[in-house]
Design a protein around this ligand. Structure first.
Ligand code: BGC
Length: 269
């Protein structure tokens, strides 16, 4: 059994818990700290260090991050500070936490967790996970294998980016009724279906708890199911995704080669 500290980094909260990657279970209650605003690399790295200290953690860390992440480096920053673009996220977090850190895209992490332990378990063919939160994230699987860093939340719908019309944050901000929001979501899923013909859509994000209000209104050919792991998918997927990424030789940032500053876990706990 491997135990990693999974950290789910979102636009509003940063949540962590140690995860048994064999069962997908959290082995301690999760701890949540508000995402600092502005969500700059320094400010967020301090919160990562606070989270590892909370669990007295010195082992491996897997972080799920809301951007395209290639080789540990952020390539986009739709809902975080633009200073992240080109920043080595894994390295930044390894420095402040003193832990070995692997970073994956947040929707990919949630998708990996759902495929392994949730709504996608045992599902072959093309599965498309869509996370509806501050932004829209996507994870595409074929026979359980992930194509990383798909950014279908930024698909153009008319002149607009899909996430600026259809995210859950937009539903809340505009006070859209379930019927109105479901119409926007349906148009988006139909566009994804027209392009990718998935066998299954898994809808994640906090709003998936209210699936009874909008899933019955959707008209895709493919089956649509809510995510099962809800709040935990990001944390479990961060741990699992990090473990898988490390297995494929993706960059893992070893804290040992980077002495943490005084604020790191070498200081008083
Ligand atoms: C980002 C994605 C992320 C999604 C959900 C989008 O704005 O571009 O990388 O997965 O938000 O956080």
């Amino acid at each position: 059994m491997a135990t990693l500290l999974g950290i789910d980094i979102g636009g509003t909260g940063m949540k962590a818990a140690p995860v048994d990657t064999a069962t997908g279970e959290l082995i301690a209650p999760r701890h949540r700290i508000l995402t600092p605003q502005p969500a700059t690399p320094d400010a967020m790295a301090q919160v990562v260090a606070q989270l590892t200290r909370h669990f007295d953690w010195t082992g491996e860390v897997g972080a799920a991050f809301p951007a395209v992440v290639k080789g540990g480096v952020a390539r986009t920053a739709a809902n975080i500070d633009p200073a992240w673009i080109g920043t080595d996220v894994a390295d930044t977090f390894a420095r402040t936490s003193g832990c070995d850190v692997t970073v994956v895209n947040d929707a990919d992490a949630a998708g990996v967790a759902e495929m392994e332990f949730g709504a996608g378990k045992g599902r072959a063919g093309v599965v498309l996970m869509v996370t509806l939160g501050t932004g829209i994230g996507t994870a595409v699987f074929f026979d359980g294998v992930l194509i990383p860093n798909t950014e279908l939340g930024h698909l153009r719908m008319g002149k607009r980016d899909a996430e600026t019309r259809t995210s859950d944050a937009v539903r809340q901000r505009l006070g859209l009724s379930w019927a109105k929001w479901a119409r926007r979501l349906d148009a988006y899923l139909l566009e994804l279906e027209r392009l990718l013909w998935p066998d299954l859509f898994i809808l994640g994000g906090g709003v998936s708890k209210r699936h009874d209000r909008f899933v019955p209104r959707l008209t895709t050919h493919a089956e649509v199911v809510p995510a099962k792991l809800l709040n935990e998918a990001g944390i479990v997927g961060a741990a699992l995704g990090a473990q898988k990424a490390a297995g494929t030789g993706a960059t893992v940032h070893h804290a040992a080669t980077q002495p943490p500053p005084a604020t790191g876990p070498s200081g008083p706990r």
